[in-house]
Design a protein around this ligand. Structure first.
Ligand SMILES: Cc1cc2nc3c(=O)[nH]c(=O)nc-3n(C[C@H](O)[C@H](O)[C@H](O)COP(=O)(O)O)c2cc1C
Length: 177
């Protein structure tokens, strides 16, 4: 698939065939995620792949908008390592780039899946504190690992309508607002 075409045609897919994704394909997809840009090139991401059906079903207990994970081939939890990410905690400043780095990785991941004919949907984790804590407990994540996105994936059993109105030239500001 040509890259620009892929960017325009990726849509969230929430209905899946009962078909596994090969581990080779999952690794290829994660490889694309690991090629995303990151602040100071820290690459602070970790990827937890969940294929177990009970575990997929239990995601909804901590993030209620993931109920369709029941039917998915897998979910990849994109996590940020808060000890590795570019961050600052001094002189009254406290911030880190884990959410941004991992969101970029997550988009690469979804686009790579799309290129392989695999559907996916980004489901949010960070910055919702209850979801972060719930996932940490459910998945036994260490305290310095922050779950940032739950990417639910599978071979599509639906063809989402392609929106015709996404391009809004009025949102582009040339030189001044
Ligand atoms: C930060 C974020 C959180 C999202 N959380 C969910 C979610 O919990 N459940 C869900 O079904 N979709 C979720 N989505 C997917 C959006 O609903 C979807 O991207 C949006 O409707 C646009 O559709 P498209 O992805 O087909 O372009 C999320 C997307 C983003 C970027």
């Amino acid at each position: 698939m040509e890259l620009y075409q892929g960017l325009l045609t990726r849509r969230s897919v929430r209905k899946y065939k009962n078909q596994k994704i090969s581990h080779q394909d999952i690794e290829d997809i994660i490889k694309a995620a690991q090629h995303a840009p990151s602040a100071h090139n820290k690459q602070p991401w970790e990827f937890l792949v969940i294929e177990d059906r009970n575990a997929l079903s239990s995601l909804r207990s901590v993030q209620r908008w993931t109920s369709f994970a029941d039917e998915a081939a897998c979910a990849i939890i994109v996590c940020g390592d808060t000890e590795q990410t570019f961050s600052r905690n001094k002189d009254g400043e406290k911030w880190d780039y884990a959410d941004i780095d991992c969101s970029l990785a997550a988009e690469n991941l979804m686009l790579a899946a799309h290129a392989k004919g695999i559907g996916s949907c980004f489901c949010g984790a960070s910055p919702m504190p209850l979801v972060i804590d719930g996932l940490r407990e459910l998945l036994d994540l260490p305290q310095h690992i922050r779950p940032i996105a739950i990417i639910i994936m599978g071979y599509p059993a639906e063809t989402p309508i392609q929106p015709q109105d996404r391009y809004k030239p009025e949102k582009i500001h040339w030189e001044k607002w």
